[in-house]
Design a protein around this ligand. Sequence first.
Ligand SMILES: [Zn+2]
Length: 289
Amino acid sequence: MKKFLGSMMMFIIGLAPVVALAQENPNVFTYKSGAFEVCLLSEGQSAGKPDIFIGATPEMLQKCIPDGTFPNSCNAFLVRMSGKTILVDTGFGRHLFDNLKSLGVTPEQVDIILLTHMHGDHIGGMLKDEQAAFPRAEVYLAKPEHDYWMSGDARNANVRKVIEVYRSKLHLFQPSEIDAKPNTLFPGIQAVASYGHTPGHTSFLIESGKDQLLIWGDLTHAMAIQMTYPQVAMTYDVNPDVAIASRKKVLEYVAKNRIPIAGMHIAFPGMGKVSKASADGYSYSPFTK
Ligand SMILES: [Zn+2]
């Protein structure tokens, strides 16, 4: 936290107008670390209901969700590093373009889009009038994710339309396990396998020297219960058992290595630190302004 506040201070002194703009927009939160800057772009927040949980006992619910609801949000992230403007997912496309505008970014300026997976709340901003909403962007998608959606089992017209529209700019890659030799997509960005929620679900590790941030996509949907009980899965998970194994492995790694994390369904500001709290459980501390 001290380090984060220090970086924020440097950032405020060095780039005051940008911070002022970000603070005027309640849907944006900016985090700067080393040579990269990551902005949370909120698509909105609501109260989630536990009927989407798999494997939560009444005792777990009583302990973690005593009023029967939990903060349910949807986020995309903007990463600026090495002169590149990078989007990680595109949310529903609801506030995305206004959020980018408030940061001085036009759709034409987005160089790269990294997709964690192809659910509608992550690719909702990809198309505008059935055309590419980001006309210059090179799009990175895990090959297992691409193959799943293009297979007979997961026919979905919207997903296929996005793939078709961006086909000439689509880069398929194979993510690596978080504790294995990294798959570096380009300097400062690694693709990390976190399968289960979907067959090719991917997290992205942003790195600059010793500074890191793991944007983990949908590794969690309800921080309120899945930090204490990572074994709780979601009805949205294509393979709940694989999703649980990925969650446990990534949580253990980021806690041990003190890597800050960001997530697509973590309540505003959507980023923070994870630490080990019990034999199987973790605690999460959100970043603060
Ligand atoms: Zn999802």
